[in-house]
Design a protein around this ligand. Sequence first.
Ligand code: NDP
Ligand code: OXD
Length: 312
Amino acid sequence: MAVLLNSPNDDTGEFEAWRKPLLKLDPTMDLRVWPDTGRLEDIEYTLCWLPKPGDLKRYPNLKVIFNLGAGVDRLMADRTLPADVPVCRLVDEGLTAGMTEYVVWQALYLHRSGPRLIEQQRKKLWKPFIYPVAKDRRIGMLGLGVLGGDAGEKLSYLGFDVAGWSRTPKHVEGVKSYHGPEQLGAFLARTEILVCLLPLTPDTTGIVDSKLLAQLPKGATLINPGRGAHVVDADLIAALDSGHIDHAVLDVFHTEPLATDHPFWSHPRVTLTPHVASMTQPETAAPVILENMRRHKAGKPLLNEVDRKRGY
Ligand code: NDP
Ligand code: OXD
């Protein structure tokens, strides 16, 4: 039996970083790195990030697909993905901590009027102003799963008034739970800083459109480390131009890298980062994957298995 690291877009050699922690935990592992697969029949497990569409159907004895990230939208979009092979997404404390850092960093930046202060410095303008205290700042997590839940909880420790919206009701310390389409309007109406941490599925594609943005109070801001296709770019730009949305922090885009002529690059109300909100950490993620392989071999239920029908 062999394990295949499958990341065809890895031109940085970063996937070599997986070798050490995996082999430390299981020195007997027959670890192969795509495209040096060896005999296709040998591959039982694959650890992949953005494999080439169609590639995963080539391994006749594949038992589990481990996605090396939290979002499985690109895998789910591959219509040739073997239907009977379970897919596990990554839930990793390193990935969660990285996302919480990003969300807290950007929420504080928006809460404390970072864009306005940067503009004032650019203009050499000395103009102090008053800002609300954290308890009076309402933050809304669109998606209250592993990442949205942790970031929401940490924001509540800082004193913010935090709520979250999900498909089903949630119990996250310090976070008010809203759920389902019927409670989305009430959730949006109370949200001044909206953080999108939904998975990208047919139900959530384009969810941040003119209709949703219009339900936020005037002057609200957006942080999107979810996926680019959650946002209808033209609708967001119109809301920014009108001032209804004061600022957007964007980490993910419809097409990555973002085209150099995309208006987001130079929009005065946009701060953008190049899909770096969080990164999978091989040191903390390898034990989770190894535990899942052990569970699979022992016939136990897998951790973090994707519901193929729901798409996340
Ligand atoms: P989870 O699956 O743990 O959480 C998803 C949340 O979204 C759940 O609360 C779920 O509700 C909710 N949800 C899904 N569909 C709907 C819907 N139709 N209506 C309402 N709520 C819905 O995912 P994670 O928190 O681990 O990850 C979220 C996303 O973050 C990833 O899919 C990925 O796109 C993105 N990401 C981005 C990174 C970056 O660097 N920019 C890094 C890592 C992840 P329920 O539980 O009730 O079903
Ligand atoms: C992920 C990502 O989904 O890095 O893990 O985007």
